[in-house]
Design a protein around this ligand. Structure first.
Ligand SMILES: CC(C)(COP(=O)(O)OP(=O)(O)OC[C@H]1O[C@@H](n2cnc3c(N)ncnc32)[C@H](O)[C@@H]1OP(=O)(O)O)[C@@H](O)C(=O)NCCC(=O)NCCS
Length: 172
């Protein structure tokens, strides 16, 4: 398996993976919109036997308590159904987090399966004084500091700071 940055020629395969992995085409459409509207963007694919079988994206998010905090949101990610549970998703997450760190992002948030993301170091975002702009159950919104103390201002702000995604996420 090879994890690498997405190329222009991967777009069709990435769209196919997201469409197959999710219940609706919304995530595939979100990926297209983010590619066109958002910078910087981290987009990695997983290749097995020269075929693209997994995809992960990170885009910037902001937090009201600390507007200067450089933070990414992990979303969406998908592995083609026939290739799931073989470690491909984990490899994509780890490579993506390493890239976020290399680009000097201090923290990452994710809205997703509470059984899956803690293995990479994500904790409930409420522990850092954060809440999602969307009305979601507490455990599904998670956060991780890439730089120790990144959320210090949020923790001490006295009230939960709202994390905001790009407006394109409101369509999912
Ligand atoms: C979530 C997803 C990306 C994981 O990719 P993957 O390549 O299957 O993941 P890995 O092989 O690295 O890890 C497998 C582990 O993830 C767990 N897992 C997979 N899907 C899960 C889910 N929906 N909820 C909870 N855990 C899940 C498995 O139980 C397995 O756990 P184990 O290692 O303890 O057995 C993939 O299942 C997928 O594309 N799902 C559909 C789209 C989706 O839900 N994307 C994430 C949105 S938050």
């Amino acid at each position: 398996m090879l994890i690498r940055a997405e190329k222009e020629s991967d777009r069709t395969a990435v769209c196919r993976i997201n469409t197959a992995a999710f219940a609706t085409p919304a995530e595939a459409a979100l990926v297209e919109t983010l590619r066109e509207c958002v910078q910087p963007l981290i987009s990695f694919v997983a290749e097995v036997d020269a075929a693209v079988v997994g995809h992960i994206m990170f885009s910037p998010v902001s937090v009201s308590a600390d507007p200067r905090l450089r933070m990414m949101g992990l979303a969406p990610m998908a592995v083609a159904p026939a290739y799931q549970r073989q470690g491909i998703g984990s490899a994509l997450v780890r490579a993506g987090l390493a890239r976020c760190k290399a680009l000097a992002f201090c923290a990452v948030v994710v809205l997703g399966h509470p059984e899956y993301y803690p293995r990479f170091g994500f904790l409930p975002a409420s522990r850092f004084g954060l809440r999602c702009e969307y009305n979601v159950p507490d455990g599904v919104f998670m956060a991780m500091e890439l730089e120790p103390g990144a959320f210090e201002r949020c923790i001490h702000s006295g009230q939960r700071s709202v994390v905001k995604y790009h407006t394109a996420f409101s369509t999912v």
